[in-house]
Design a protein around this ligand. Structure first.
Ligand code: FUL
Length: 500
């Protein structure tokens, strides 16, 4: 027996005795009096993902050339024949001008055609038609995103209507997981891989032309898939079947006013067992997910409303902007995105590519005198954290507190329209209910945006007139504004306040 092993055995009873003894001093040292986390908590990867807030979806591929939404899988490779050189850099810079922080490119839809030279199937762009089929979309998209400091990731359809293997284990081990690994290798800093919920049905399947169904919850070997992708791209959230973020569900660009980062669908569930934050997928255009000749685009005002109803309601927004058959975003899309970026910048101070900071909305929280009902003792939990622009620092209350208030007062009585609140989600989502009041004369207080002030989470943007559709309006001239937290799952914490 080795000396070390012998020592370990001899010391075992002493170690056990030691543990029993220390139970009397069970509470870990907490010199900073840090608030206890309120479970469940996000992973570090999920926190970073949440910070991406607003990003694009680029549906482009075989369907762009067949005027379809779901290809059957029997399309000949040569049908993929861009009329011009596809330009992922143009996609990236156009959405950056809308205030987006990243994008997800669809590089394989249900028809199975791959927009990168994969080793897993010949059904890929190297066998496409025309002069421009060989532009490696995955590679160019990753490159352009890095160049413009945008987050990026890929949509890989788990369902493959082209593959002869679909429905067998070989598909998962020889096609699907290797495809995800190939894509992960385009960048270790990817933020999300998107796995669609449409799984199985009729298709070409290598000529079988039949119907194949799978149980998506077990078929794709998700634990193994996660491990393999995370080994290459550790911050890549596995969306959908990967279960690290959830589908908000309506595909119309809205989440609910009460939105928890646990549970499912629009509202989530306060008692959900694990962190499962919401992402809302929506179309900027008026027809399908893929580009269709003659389609229109929603107005910038409508897209701004979507932003308020998703990013402003503790979800992320993935807004689809489909490239056309030249492989670029149409001019109308580019212009609308620019208009949206200007609105977000001028109303909510969203940093936008090429827009000067001096034209951003004024954050009046920074010039307010702030008073709070209480401040947690010990550590750094004071009111300065509310306006320091650092999401990691926060104002905290004492452990037993469930109700607390923050009052902002101005000498200048600014005209304001939006209130932004953020919780430090690293310590869990806590606030259940709050209210906003304002006064013009210092004595009479009136409630604003009644009934929609419930949860906060990563980010909450409240249009003070209560309307996401016509949120801008005339605004409110305020001398003071009071935010009262009415209920919370644990002592309330706030990391950031902005008033625009
Ligand atoms: C759906 C797919 O079936 C659509 O074609 C599209 O990709 C959308 C984002 O997800 O489930």
């Amino acid at each position: 027996m080795k000396i070390k092993t012998l020592l370990a055995i001899l010391l075992l009873p002493v170690a056990t005795w030691g543990q029993t003894f220390t139970l009397e001093n069970e509470a870990p040292a907490n010199p900073d009096n840090k608030p206890l986390p309120c479970h469940p908590l996000p992973s570090d990867r999920q926190v970073k993902w949440n910070e991406t807030e607003f990003y694009a979806f680029f549906h482009y591929g075989m369907n762009t050339f067949t005027n379809q939404e779901w290809g059957y899988g029997d399309e000949s490779e040569s049908t993929y024949a861009p009329l011009g050189k596809p330009d992922p850099e143009q996609w990236v810079t156009s959405v950056k001008a809308a205030g987006m922080k990243g994008g997800i490119a669809v590089v394989k839809h249900h028809d199975g055609f791959c927009l990168w030279p994969t080793a897993t199937t010949t059904h890929n762009l190297t066998n496409g038609g025309g002069q421009y089929h060989n532009v490696n979309i995955a590679e160019e998209f990753a490159k352009a995103s890095k160049k413009h400091e945008m987050k990026y990731g890929f949509y890989v359809s788990p369902w493959d209507r082209n593959s002869a293997y679909y429905g067998t284990d070989d598909y998962v081990t020889k096609v699907f997981i290797p495809q995800c690994e190939e894509l992960a290798a385009y960048g270790s800093d990817q933020f999300e891989m998107w796995f669609d919920g449409a799984n199985g049905g009729d298709g070409y399947y290598g000529g079988a032309r039949t119907t194949r169904s799978v149980d998506a919850s077990i078929y794709y070997d998700i634990p193994n898939l996660r491990a393999k992708v995370h080994k290459i791209a550790p911050d890549c959230v596995m969306w959908g079947v990967g279960d690290e973020a959830r589908w908000i569900g309506n595909e119309q660009g809205y989440s609910a006013n009460t939105c928890w980062a646990m549970g499912y669908s629009e509202t989530g569930d306060m008692n959900g067992w694990y962190w499962h934050p919401g992402e809302s997928d929506a179309k900027a255009t008026n027809s399908g997910w893929f580009w269709h000749s003659g389609e229109g685009i929603k107005s910038a005002a409508r897209l701004f409303q979507m932003y308020l109803e998703t990013v402003g309601r503790n979800a992320t927004l993935i807004l689809n902007c489909p490239p056309d058959n030249y492989g670029v975003l149409p001019t109308q899309t580019v212009n609308t995105l620019k208009e949206l970026g200007t609105m977000l910048h001028e109303r909510l101070a969203v940093p936008v590519y090429e827009l000067d900071e001096s034209t951003a909305a004024t954050d009046y929280a920074k010039s307010a005198q702030i008073e709070v009902s209480e401040e947690r003792t010990g550590g750094n939990y004071g009111i300065a954290n509310l306006t320091d622009g650092d999401r990691k620092t926060y104002w905290a209350t004492d452990d037993n507190t469930r109700e607390a208030s923050i009052t902002l007062t101005w000498a200048s009585a600014p005209t304001v329209r939006y209130l932004v609140l953020q919780e430090p989600i690293e310590l869990g989502q806590r606030i259940k209910d709050f209210k906003i009041e304002y006064t013009q004369n210092g004595t009479d207080w009136q409630e604003l945006a009644k009934d929609i002030t419930t949860t906060v989470g990563y980010k909450r943007i409240i249009p003070l007139n209560g309307s996401t559709e016509n949120s801008y309006g005339n605004g409110y001239k305020v001398r003071a504004m009071r935010i009262t937290i009415l209920d919370s799952r644990a002592c309330p914490l706030i990391s950031n306040i902005n008033v625009y």
